[in-house]
Ligand binder design. Structure first.
Ligand code: GLN
Length: 554
């Protein structure tokens, strides 16, 4: 059970999804910590997948890998970025995880012959997990985001667990509803009714929101604040305006301006221990929003670009954020263009158009679709000396391209795509063979943080300024050790390896051969943070900026 006296803030969504519960949760976490209260942030995902690793990024967005290796929702990435530190397995739960624990217990006869039911058994497992997360070192407040929208079947048990917690510790639990106020084009007037209805819905669970974060296009006016206060039974000073913003990093600054942090502490009966000092954060947020800064143009060549109304950026969220942080540090405004690798395969114009960009990234990926287009883009970057940064698949394909076109191994490939490749330059990792043979795909990749040793006098070592680093992984395939010597003899440098030298973690070309051609087997984007940008992204952008200058001179 949860700790006595510990505080819990539940963040729920009303009206519709996608209006920024994750950003609100992250911002509340940042403000509370700034005011002297260590927090833990928890994401509850109501789906039955045991983790996010088995979900297609075009439907669910990026899979964010924790240091531990747990595959989670992209919101966890925002939490880590706002807090500036790593989160743990206890900070994430899905219905799948919860049910799996309950069913395992049932199979072990731990319920002593009782009928196992959603209430109390599943609900209590949710509460057990919330309590475990709250036990995090020194945490005083848990901010818990419940995925989905009020009224969904899927998240009802989580809301019920929160209600019971409030019943047991009425002084310690708060509910924050993130709602949306639409302004229909035909009326030109902002409407509060959907929010009123959502609150009534929530009331039917036995839950009353303490705060309403009113998301909208324009800031909500006093009249509407009053209306919401009266009709939703929420104090007017706890109805908080949250109009659209250019950058999510402005959110905590705006909330602090509206005194949300103190209102929250007041509601939790906690005194403010110190004033929030957001000066460094503000500087960073201003830099990301500085539209007058000179631009740097980056092409991201990938395949997760073409499903219905899906938001492009979600599949590669951490990559985009990592670019933003390094660009802000270098005083540049990044302009990102999505290039579909399938179009590169279809017409040569798309390939030639890559010459416009200052830098090219091929991010992580799986499977065959668009892979030859990516390899063509990599060849183009190498031959035209455009800075290139390959992330995971982007590194494996960089090595395949090198083997094919420099070593003249025309049959070079990855066995992920071609089992009987003539030259399996990228091959399945030994430990992975059994998982694949047994159809065990969930949570079995090489996941999470591993140490990486950096060779002297390389771009990687120069960027990190360190000999040993730790980076997060998510892959089943690796550079085939049988080809390493030949690739090295042909000029490729494996500047990062596992400390025993067996696994190739970074490949690069020397500066004398190319301004920046580097790929990582790991995902550096997962460790890029607003106030500590990732050194490899910074180095890549530095090369891209220099490239831009050269282009202007030419
Ligand atoms: N598909 C490749 C592998 O499994 C790369 C994975 C990735 O890019 N995350 O090794």
């Amino acid at each position: 059970m949860a700790k006595e006296g510990h505080k819990y803030v539940f963040v729920l969504g009303g009206v519709m999804s996608g209006v920024g519960k994750g950003v609100v949760t992250s911002s509340l976490g940042l403000l509370l910590e700034q005011k002297g209260y260590p927090v833990n942030l928890v994401k509850v995902d109501p789906y039955l997948n045991v983790d996010a690793g088995t979900m297609n990024p075009t439907e669910h967005g990026e899979v964010f890998v924790l240091r531990s290796g747990l595959e989670t929702d992209q919101d966890m990435g925002n939490y880590e970025r706002f807090l500036g530190r790593d989160l743990t397995n206890d900070d994430y739960m899905t219905s799948g995880m919860v049910y799996q624990s309950v069913i395992a217990r049932e199979r072990a006869l731990e319920y002593g012959g009782k009928c196992v039911e959603a209430i109390p058994h599943v609900r209590d497992e949710i509460l057990r997990r919330i309590g475990k997360a709250a036990a995090y070192n020194g945490s005083r407040v848990s901010v818990i985001e419940i995925g989905g929208t009020i009224g969904d079947f899927q998240n009802a048990l989580f809301i019920e667990a929160a209600r019971v917690l409030k019943m047991n510790q009425p002084e310690d639990v708060l509910f924050v509803m993130v709602s949306y106020l639409p302004t229909p084009g035909t009326l030109g007037e902002m409407k509060t009714k959907p929010t009123q209805t959502a609150v009534r819905d929530l009331n039917s669970y036995g839950v009353q929101p303490d705060f309403i974060i009113a998301r909208s296009r324009e800031p909500i006016d006093e009249k509407r604040k009053e209306k919401l206060a009266v009709w939703c039974n929420v104090r007017k000073d706890r109805v908080i305006a949250a109009p659209d913003i250019k950058s999510i990093y402005e959110a905590p600054i705006n909330f602090e301006k509206d005194k949300l942090g103190n209102a929250l502490l007041d509601a939790l009966k906690l005194p403010e221990k110190r004033r929030a000092s957001l000066a460094t954060w503000k500087k960073f947020a201003l830099a990301t929003a500085d539209t007058k800064a000179p631009e740097v143009h980056i092409a991201i060549v990938g395949k997760y670009f073409d499903t219905g109304d899906f938001v492009l950026s979600d599949a590669y969220l951490s990559v985009i954020e990592a670019i933003k942080f390094s660009a802000a540090k270098l005083g540049r405004q990044p302009k990102i263009t999505w290039v579909n690798s399938k179009s590169i395969e279809r017409d040569t114009k798309t390939l030639a158009a890559l010459a416009r960009y200052d830098g090219i990234i091929v991010p992580g990926g799986f499977g065959e679709t668009g892979i030859e287009g990516k390899i063509q883009a990599i060849r183009f970057a190498r031959e035209k000396k455009i800075p290139y940064f390959g992330l995971c698949y982007g590194m494996q394909l960089m090595v395949i391209e090198y083997a094919r076109n420099v070593l003249a191994l025309k049959g070079a490939h990855t066995t992920e795509i071609k089992k009987s490749a003539e030259d399996p330059v990228v091959d399945v990792m030994l430990e992975q063979k059994k998982h694949i043979a047994d159809n065990k795909y969930g949570g079995t990749m090489r996941l999470g943080a591993y140490p990486c040793y950096l060779k002297k006098n390389t771009i990687a070592r120069g960027a990190y300024k360190s000999e040993l680093v730790e980076e997060r992984h998510r892959h089943r395939y690796e550079i085939n050790p049988a080809y390493v010597k030949r690739l090295e003899e042909a000029g490729l440098v494996f500047s990062g390896t596992s400390p025993d030298g067996v696994l190739m973690e970074i490949a690069e070309l020397p500066r004398t051969a190319h301004p920046f051609m580097l790929g990582t087997q790991f995902h550096p984007e997962f460790q890029a943070r607003p106030l500590s940008p990732h050194p490899l992204f910074t180095e890549f952008l530095r090369a891209a900026i220099a490239q831009k200058k050269n282009k202007r001179v030419a």
